[in-house]
Design a binder for this molecule. Structure first.
Ligand code: PGA
Length: 239
């Protein structure tokens, strides 16, 4: 893994440059999207670069990591809604080329892996990380060989995410998520983490053992992963 430590603003800019380089080389690249607070700076920077004519997504396809079960794309806490508002409406992408797992029709969701394969596989997958080490909604204990599947969310994950809902009771109990194998199949991966709440898990997934108890630790075995950290998230790393 390559580790990049810089200010929050600079990691967004530096990660965005990876997309500029990739799309210069491969304008019809397949991108894996993520939601949460962490990618917002990167998405704003990609929108700015697109408006400035420095990057174009017109031939790009995207596949997002996950979606809440029970929320359709018009719900303002659905991840489809998040992606539309924070990225897709701000860049020149064809919305028909954007994919987010359905939170309504979850039967056969493992077909999502086949759709990704049919599109040529993911060139660059973006990830955040949960304080428990989850990537997507792959909570601790998720098998390494998992493909897209429905998961029951950990109480802690629901609590962390309840900040976006009016009460914890409104946070869905289940989600559909790409599996660990789906993520590891991506040719390149960018994981971003910001802030001191992530410092312990950042140390664990980078320097600790590769274990299903820390889902992100599998990235130690991925041949092309970059980890972008702000100084607070990187604070406990030993080197
Ligand atoms: P965050 O979420 O970016 O809002 O911290 C990350 C995650 O839970 O994967």
């Amino acid at each position: 893994m390559k580790i990049i430590i810089d200010t929050e603003e600079n990691i967004a800019k530096r990660a965005a440059q990876r997309y500029v380089e990739l799309l210069k080389e491969k304008p019809d690249a397949v991108l894996g999207g993520a939601t949460g607070s962490t990618p917002l700076g990167l998405y704003a920077e990609l929108a700015r670069l697109c408006a400035a004519g420095e990057i174009s997504f017109k031939d790009v396809k995207t596949f997002n990591l996950d979606e809440y079960v029970g929320l359709d794309g018009s719900h303002d806490q659905s991840y489809r809604y998040f992606m539309n508002k924070n990225l897709f409406e701000k860049i020149d992408i064809d919305i028909n080329n954007t994919h987010v797992p359905s939170g309504i029709n979850t039967e056969g969701c493992e077909q999502y892996d086949e759709e990704i394969k049919a599109a040529g596989g993911i060139d660059l997958q973006l990830l955040g990380i949960g304080v428990d080490g989850h990537i997507g909604f792959n909570e601790p204990g998720t098998p390494w060989d998992s493909v897209t599947h429905v998961v029951e969310l950990e109480q802690n994950t629901r609590e962390v995410n309840s900040r976006f809902f009016s009460s914890i009771d409104e946070v869905p109990t289940h989600a559909v998520t790409m599996g660990i194998k789906t993520v590891m199949n991506a040719r390149g991966i960018i994981l971003m983490a910001i802030g001191k709440s992530k410092a312990e898990i950042v140390k664990a997934f980078i320097e600790g053992p590769v274990t299903e108890e820390v889902p992100a630790s599998i990235l130690q075995l991925h041949p092309n992963t970059e980890v972008y950290l702000d100084p607070e998230a990187a604070a406990l790393l030993s080197k």
